[in-house]
Ligand binder design. Structure first.
Ligand code: URA
Length: 428
């Protein structure tokens, strides 16, 4: 593909490098030419680095997002009988909220089309978690997605190869060129996929803290505001919650372990923080979808659990099959009596990953059974010799490295630390 007159990859990089806004024609062309292989990786790498330093204005970002969406197909969900609404999380440790939220919001009357990805690094992927259920499959066709949304009200499945393919290529290049941490590039990457999946409304859970992609609150708030305005510019009702990710969510991180915890919450129990965040996000989703319902009631009365069972079964899974369990469980013991004052989210995520729950490269397999269970949460009392954590794995040789990740990440003190709010800020 030769460049149309006046368009050139070097000019794109030079303009951006020198602080000039890219034109719509430049953006459309460079994204399309990159996907088609007509512009080389090194040229787009230079452009991404220029965007990293110079940013993009609102019009550029909107056009960039449009060009990424236009590289693939847009899912058409407008004919459904229920309003569509989805949620995206920027990823946290022990974050099993999607597993509960999709059936819960469906039980309340909205349709949740959740096209998800797999995990990379220390935060787990929703599909990896669901794949610990015997028989469950993630590869649904667009017709299957639509039919399941109409019949059951929710679907969690893999984004097909036609959904924003430019993002896949750009993300892989960002990953090896130190350009992942750019707010406009992250916003365009996340929002292009959500806009292309066809939902009409979106709630973003932007995590802040040591276990999050963004440790800094001001940057997380900027990312949230950027995604909210990008969503609005594309006709998507969008709201973001900034939520804390200094402490891992719930009591477990790992694939089957998190499914088990999600089922506890769907059954009306489970850890308070998972319930609190799920209800906060469900309330926002239902408000955007215009549905007046009581999500806490749907957890209590079993209706969310019924939708979960239907969703799992519709995707080939057996909701009654016992979840796999690790063959080795290594306890981590409290060294003294007192209160657990710190359990560092990132360290727990890395430990779960090293036990086999996550992958370093996207081709790597993940273990269904590996992970970490924390028997004590920050603020709770412990006595010398109590089990603080359990390290689950089928490969005991991994335990030493997991323990290494936890070195210095756990503190038992004399006084309980005050509770910090889970939902920090609402951005709309
Ligand atoms: N998740 C995405 O999908 N894209 C990014 O750029 C970062 C996180």
């Amino acid at each position: 593909m030769s460049a149309p007159a006046g368009l050139d990859a070097v000019d794109c990089s030079r303009d951006k490098r020198d602080g000039r806004a890219l034109t719509g024609a430049q953006i459309d062309w460079v994204i399309r030419a990159y996907v088609e292989g007509a512009v080389a990786d090194e040229q787009v790498a230079a452009l991404l680095m220029a965007v990293y330093w110079r940013g993009m204005d609102r019009a550029e970002l909107s056009r960039w997002t449009d060009a990424v969406i236009a590289s693939g197909e847009r899912v058409e969900l407008s004919g459904l009988s229920r309003p569509t609404v989805d949620k995206h999380s920027t990823g946290g440790v022990g974050d099993k909220i999607s597993l509960v939220l999709a059936p819960l919001v469906a039980a309340c009357g909205a349709a949740v089309p959740q096209l998800s990805g797999r995990g990379l690094g220390h935060t787990g992927g929703t599909l990896d978690k669901l794949e610990s259920i015997a028989g469950w499959r993630s590869d649904l066709s667009p017709d299957e997605v639509r039919a399941q949304l109409e019949e059951i009200g929710c679907v969690i499945c893999a984004a097909g190869p036609d959904l924003a393919p430019a993002d896949r290529k750009l993300y892989a290049l960002r990953d090896v060129t130190a350009t992942v941490e750019s707010i406009p590039l992250i916003a365009a990457s996340i929002m292009s996929k959500k806009i292309a999946e066809g939902t009409r409304a979106l709630v973003l859970d932007v995590k802040v803290g040591s276990g999050a992609f963004m440790a800094d609150r001001a940057r997380a708030a900027e990312l949230a505001a950027t995604m909210v305005s990008l969503g609005r510019d594309h006709g998507l009702e969008t709201v973001a919650l900034l939520t804390s990710m200094d402490v891992p969510l719930g009591r477990s991180a790992g694939n089957a372990l998190e499914v088990a915890e999600a089922v506890e919450v769907l059954s009306g129990g489970g850890p308070d923080d998972v319930v609190e965040l799920t209800l906060a996000l469900a309330t926002e989703m239902l408000r955007l979808a215009g549905v007046d319902a009581d999500p806490a009631g749907a957890l209590r009365d079993g209706s969310a659990l019924r939708v979960w069972r239907d969703m799992v079964a519709a995707q080939g899974g057996d909701p009654d099959a016992p979840l796999p369990r690790a063959s080795h469980v290594t306890p981590v013991i409290a060294p003294r009596s007192g209160y657990l004052t710190r359990l560092e989210a990132r360290a727990v995520g890395v430990a779960a990953w090293r036990l086999g729950a996550g992958r370093a490269r996207k081709e790597d397999p993940v273990s269904a059974t590996a992970g970490v269970v924390w028997r004590v949460r920050p603020g709770e009392e412990v006595r010398t010799g109590d089990v603080l954590l359990e390290l689950h794995t089928d490969e005991p040789a991994r335990v030493g490295r997991a323990l290494g990740a936890l070195d210095g990440a756990i503190t038992v003190g004399d006084e309980p630390t005050p509770d910090r709010p889970l939902v920090i800020e609402r951005v709309d």
